[in-house]
Design a protein around this ligand. Structure first.
Ligand code: URA
Length: 311
């Protein structure tokens, strides 16, 4: 086939190099397979199939986790046994997901929130390589607290201390968050704390849109597992993600109680957006001694959130 052949040009453009093109029909099938795999990946990442629909082998989540391979590069959640993966996947893009066994799915429905989180951490998130932050992180920072907590806090992304410890909000911002939690008459272990992004962005920069896109399905799955009564978004990034806004100022998000919705999971959770503890710490440097205006504002927001908890 001549190099100017449009089919060849198309295939060569979409795929790798012209040397790889042997049979255009074969190549077209390969591309279709790659698109299908990508589509499945997007479906997973729309958050519909995590946790509640993840195929499960019999037994406890932790026992099952040991039988599974670490995550591959495709971004597909690790939800089929290694033997099936070996049969079907010769490259990440060609990996196909066998239909999950219905008995296993129904088994997962009866799990506790803690079991779902354990499965999500071990099996779906695993040694995540879905975005570039994997290359620079020390530890994945999944989440901490009571899986049955009525109140769930959502921050932005781990910082230096969190990256080293593998636990959210353990640095200076975390100390301030702990003070807020205590001011509500609660303890850190009685709430659940997670971030939009589970790995530290280098130099604590804002998470990139791709990082949020790849990682936020895990937050959504955590929310579905925990089913908190109220969500508190700490800062603008968490706020925009939870209320589904593209671009919004903190000022406008703080003014009302929003709703986090996942209709397929039958989930409608009130969301209160307030300032991030790091922002408050920065503000305090500029506020007059003892003023504490921003801190007081946050405490008022948090009390509004707590008032929405009914159990
Ligand atoms: N800031 C966040 O948003 N999350 C953490 O875990 C720590 C600091």
């Amino acid at each position: 086939m001549a190099a100017s052949d449009p089919r060849r040009a198309l295939v060569a453009g979409i795929c790798m190099s012209e040397q790889d093109v042997t049979d255009p029909r074969e190549e077209a099938r390969r591309i279709a397979g790659a698109f299908a795999a990508h589509l499945r990946h997007l479906q997973e990442f729309r958050g519909v199939r995590y946790v509640s629909a993840a195929p499960m082998p019999p037994g406890s989540p932790s026992a099952a986790a040991a039988e599974y391979e670490p995550l591959d590069q495709s971004g597909a959640p690790l939800d089929e046994p290694s033997v099936q993966r070996e049969q079907t996947a010769s490259s990440p893009l060609e990996a196909s997901s066998p239909a999950p066994a219905p008995d296993v799915r129904s088994q997962a429905k009866s799990w506790s929130a803690a079991q779902k989180l354990e499965y999500l951490r071990a099996k779906n998130l695993g040694d995540c390589q879905r975005c570039p932050l994997a290359a620079t992180r020390t530890k994945i920072v999944f989440g901490v607290g009571d899986a049955d907590a009525p109140l769930m806090f959502v921050g932005e992304a781990p910082g230096h201390d969190e990256d080293l410890r593998g636990e959210p909000f353990v640095g200076r911002a975390g100390q301030r968050l702990n003070q807020w939690i205590e001011a509500l008459g609660l303890t850190r272990s009685a709430v659940y704390i997670a971030n939009v992004v589970k790995c530290r962005p280098p130099l604590n920069r804002d998470p990139e849109p791709l990082e949020v896109e790849r990682c936020s399905p895990f937050l959504r799955a955590q929310i579905r597992a925990i089913r908190p009564q109220v969500l508190v978004a700490l800062g603008r990034h968490a706020g925009m993600l939870l209320i589904g806004a593209e671009r919004r100022s903190m000022g406008s998000m703080r003014q009302q109680v929003w709703t986090y919705e996942e209709p397929q999971a039958g989930l409608r959770v009130p969301v209160v957006v307030t300032y991030h503890p790091s922002y408050v710490l920065r503000q305090e440097r500029d506020e007059a001694e003892g003023e504490g205006t921003t801190n007081a504002t946050v405490l008022a927001d948090l009390r509004r959130a707590l008032a929405l908890v009914t159990r």
